[in-house]
Ligand binder design. Structure first.
Ligand code: GDP
Ligand code: IMO
Ligand code: MG
Length: 427
């Protein structure tokens, strides 16, 4: 397969983990390039279910090389735990997991600051973060006070960590939050970090050399377009670049090595956390989507907010990332709806608009303009090809392609690998 960037096209949880796993057999490398353990990527293999947070979803395929890139922020304790769990389930990461020496580290003080920050935000201003310390870790990166994976090998690492803990404690006190015990943080962090040392490498060189040899790379995005720090519903976003551009800076590869972009998108929409969501349903249909789609967070267990497919968001995602094809997910969840709706535009303050406004308050005032389509009222879960789909489902999907300007390359009708329809052979 050509070098491919795979991104979330909505507000995360589109089913990226499943598609990465499906596509991994066609590539040599899978590279995560942004976010941290705020992500929860579910992969179902047979009767086994894995939820990956920091480890690339390609890990379940033996022999595939996996990289945690420089753009990812890594909580050493969380990564150690994830690795231990995988090893206990028989997955061997040795010799094929590489962690960038340039990736920033997340420590308990980042988590504490994340919690304190949320607590101190006024009602209506809360982001509903995952509480994993992601925002504060990227703050440290941007303010040039962060510690990186490669720093673990330097003699002054502990001193620098202690200084950061003391500074963070000052900040935590000022925010009215509990301070952390310096020695405890140092001990637990160092113990976890020590076990990760064997995996640390200059992944920029590794990945670029692999590309030079003609090996193929799948870049695994986390979160989604509408959570992107620049293009999402700011400030109700995460702290990294979740659009395709993030793959270059987050993995250290040039734009001209990327051959295609796959946008993962659900046949409806969900969001977890706070912030505007124009097609959100507060009625029985919303609850039905949540129940049938099992829409509860893979990381925090929070119920996901559910709504109809938003064509405005999808078009925006396609434009921002140059999406060549969609991996259209969870079509089966719509099987029992008599009518399905698609937002084609918004009404904002009495005007019709067809793009996503920059301001979150403006987006919160947007009312979706819907098209109604007849539901197919028939199971699609067993479908193995396009021809197996009910005609009404085909019409719905064709309309989504038309509205978004990108074709559907993969169609998913269930969580397992086998419930994936390849719409055309693209290598
Ligand atoms: P990610 O964060 O984008 O990897 O997505 P999550 O793993 O957080 O959430 C997607 C959920 O949908 C997981 O529980 C998947 O097992 C499940 N899933 C993926 N594809 C399908 C599908 O086509 N149909 C159904 N019913 N579930 C799916
Ligand atoms: P995956 O990769 C869905 C959301 C949080 C919150 C906002 C900021 O599984 O799709 P953060 O902890 O990042 O500072 O929280 O972003 N969020 C996600 N929502 N899927 C994710 O990841 C998410 N990662 C963060 O709920 O609204
Ligand atoms: Mg998820």
């Amino acid at each position: 397969m050509p070098n491919t960037v795979l991104i979330g096209s909505q507000w995360g949880d589109e089913g990226k983990g499943k598609i990465i796993d499906v596509l991994t057999r066609r590539v040599d490398w899978v590279v995560r390039y942004q976010g941290g353990n705020n992500a929860g990527h579910t992969v179902e293999v047979g009767d086994e279910k894995y939820v990956l947070h920091l480890i690339p979803s390609g890990m379940l395929h033996e022999g595939r090389k996996c990289v945690i890139g420089n753009g990812v922020v890594i909580d050493p304790s969380a990564l150690k735990q994830e690795l231990d769990e995988l090893i206990a389930r028989g997955i061997r990461p040795d010799d094929r997991l590489f962690i960038s020496d340039r990736a920033h580290l997340v420590f308990p003080y980042h988590r504490a600051l994340d919690g304190a920050g949320e607590k101190n935000r006024a009602e209506g201003g809360k982001i509903g973060t995952t509480g994993r310390g992601i925002g504060p870790a990227y703050v440290d990166k941007a303010s040039r006070s962060g510690l990186r994976m490669g720093d673990l090998f330097e003699a002054d690492f502990e001193d620098r960590l202690r200084a950061r803990i003391r500074e963070s404690n000052t900040l935590l006190s000022a925010l009215g939050a509990e301070t952390l015990n310096e020695d405890e943080v140092v001990q637990s962090s160092l113990a976890a970090a020590e076990t990760l040392k064997p995996y640390v490498a200059d992944t920029v060189v590794l990945v670029n050399e692999a590309i030079g040899r003609g090996e193929s790379v799948l870049f695994e995005g986390a979160q989604g377009t509408m959570l992107d720090i620049d293009f999402g519903t700011y400030p109700f976003v995460t702290s990294s670049s979740a659009t395709a551009g993030g793959a270059c800076t987050g993995a250290g590869v040039p734009p001209n090595c990327i051959d295609q972009v796959v946008g993962v998108i659900k046949a409806y929409t969900t969001r977890v956390g706070e912030g505007p969501f124009p097609t959100e349903l507060h009625d029985a249909d919303g609850q039905k989507l949540r129940d049938i789609g099992h829409e509860y967070g893979a990381t925090t267990g929070r119920p996901r907010r559910c709504g109809w497919f938003d064509g405005v968001v999808a078009r925006y995602a396609a434009m921002l990332s140059g999406i060549n094809s969609w991996a259209m997910m969870k079509l089966d969840v719509l099987d029992a709806f008599e009518t399905v709706r698609i937002a084609t535009a918004y009404e904002l303050d009495g005007r019709r608009i067809e793009t996503v406004p920059a301001s979150a308050s403006a987006l919160a005032r947007c009312k979706p303009i819907y098209e109604e389509w007849p539901g197919w009222m028939q199971s699609t879960a067993q479908a193995k090809s396009w021809e197996d789909l009910p005609e009404k489902a085909q019409r719905y999907l064709r309309r989504l392609e038309e509205l978004t300007g990108a074709r559907i390359g993969l169609l998913s009708v269930g969580p397992k690998r086998a419930s994936t329809i390849l719409m055309e052979s693209d290598g």
